[in-house]
Design a protein around this ligand. Structure first.
Ligand SMILES: C=C(O[C@@H]1C=C(C(=O)O)C=C[C@H]1O)C(=O)O
Length: 107
């Protein structure tokens, strides 16, 4: 946790960076977030194809609850609001289900 906080708030020389430097750091993080969302979506599309072959539906509420519990625990250990992280992942899972439906005939 300390490592994540340190990486997220200090520049290389160990001091707080300037506003521009800190905003650059945010931009890099944002790019990483968008890339991670894209990767998550591509994997979900592969999962959708496997489910289609097996005659399974897209929506799996038990799996979704597992995902939400895991990310809430992770958020708690990093001292960020678990409820907000839960909401972000509810949105991400909604997005992945929309994409899965667009790429298969399954529902
Ligand atoms: C990706 C899956 O399909 C759906 C989307 C999920 C997700 O985005 O994490 C989880 C469960 C399913 O409702 C899956 O079953 O793993």
């Amino acid at each position: 946790m300390e490592e994540t906080r340190r990486k997220g708030s200090e520049t290389r020389n160990g001091q707080q960076g300037s506003l521009d430097e800190l905003r650059e750091e945010i931009e890099e993080i944002d790019n990483g977030i968008v890339e991670s969302i894209a990767r998550r979506t591509y994997v979900a599309e592969s999962i959708a194809r496997v489910k289609e072959e097996r005659g399974m539906g897209i929506h799996d509420p038990d799996r979704e609850e597992e995902v939400l519990e895991r990310v809430e625990e992770r958020a708690e250990s990093l001292e960020v609001d678990p409820e907000t992280v839960r909401e972000v992942f509810e949105l991400l899972m909604g997005m992945s289900k929309d994409e899965q439906r667009r790429h298969t005939d399954t529902d």
